[in-house]
Design a binder for this molecule. Structure first.
Ligand SMILES: [Zn+2]
Ligand SMILES: [Zn+2]
Ligand SMILES: [Zn+2]
Length: 258
């Protein structure tokens, strides 16, 4: 069993956006209500999060998360890290810590923003006690090999992740991206599932718009594609109706299983 739960599929503002009366923000379709991007993955042996955005507490309650073996961080933008301290619920015991996997640059940002957790002065019961694991190559969680997928996304060091459970599908997750460099594109060739940034229809300086996301999906030759990190400019029902059958739009609470 390998399961992937979309805990959040919205862009940095979330959808609905504060103080907006557009049709998508007022939509009654629950798929148009998007918390900030996060995944929960369970490979039957280990369970981990990807990103800890500002909605993490609500997401953990909604998905009834009882235990974590690790958290992975794609990059240090606020919509992906500002719920980091909620992880303390998973390190409640005085000797419990939680492995945090991130690139060197992202870990440096985490250490700066959450100094109180990393500086070692607060190793008490009930506090967040991260165990930093800087990513230096493919690593294992449970029965899954995980490979970082560096991408270009504005000025911040950013990685997606490729998940490959033993004898299972190759699943790539790239929530924030403007350009996929060649070495990463090679890692993505022929992956079974691609989950990728698709912010809106119009161009954005640091995110894929729909035509860029479609082009990236075609270049990987992924057999199944899910779009995520949507803004309020895209209505789930209307946008999905315009897409080819093998490309669908993720929504909060969607669970994929293999
Ligand atoms: Zn983001
Ligand atoms: Zn709106
Ligand atoms: Zn970002």
């Amino acid at each position: 069993m390998f399961s992937l739960t979309f805990l959040g599929t919205g862009t940095s503002t979330g959808v609905p956006m504060i103080a907006c009366d557009c049709p998508v923000c007022l939509s009654t379709d629950p798929r148009d209500q998007r918390l900030r991007c996060s995944l929960l993955i369970n490979d039957g042996i280990a369970q981990w999060l990807v990103d800890t955005g500002p909605d993490l507490r609500q997401q953990c309650l909604r998905a009834n998360i009882r235990h974590l073996d690790a958290a992975l961080i794609t990059h240090a933008h606020t919509d992906h890290i500002m719920g980091f301290d909620e992880l303390r619920r998973f390190t409640f015991g005085p000797d419990e810590s939680l492995p945090i996997h991130a690139s060197h640059a992202t870990m440096n940002d985490l250490r700066r923003v959450f100094d109180f957790a990393f500086n070692g002065h607060n190793r008490y019961a009930g506090y967040l006690k991260p165990d930093p694991r800087e990513i230096e190559g493919p690593f294992r969680l449970g029965r899954t090999t995980i490979t970082a997928l560096p991408v270009l996304h504005g000025k911040v060091d950013t990685s997606g992740f490729l998940f490959h459970p033993d004898h299972g599908p190759r699943i790539a997750y790239i929530p924030d991206c403007k350009e996929i460099p060649d070495p990463t594109m090679q890692l993505l060739q022929g992956c079974d599932v691609l989950i990728v940034d698709c912010l809106r229809l119009t161009t954005h300086p640091t995110h894929f718009n729909a035509s860029e996301a479609l082009a990236a999906a075609a270049a990987t030759h992924a057999s199944k594609v899910w779009f995520t990190h949507l803004s309020h400019e895209l209505s789930h029902a209307d946008f999905e109706a315009s897409l080819p059958d093998h490309i669908r739009i993720a929504y909060d609470g969607l669970v994929l299983e293999w």
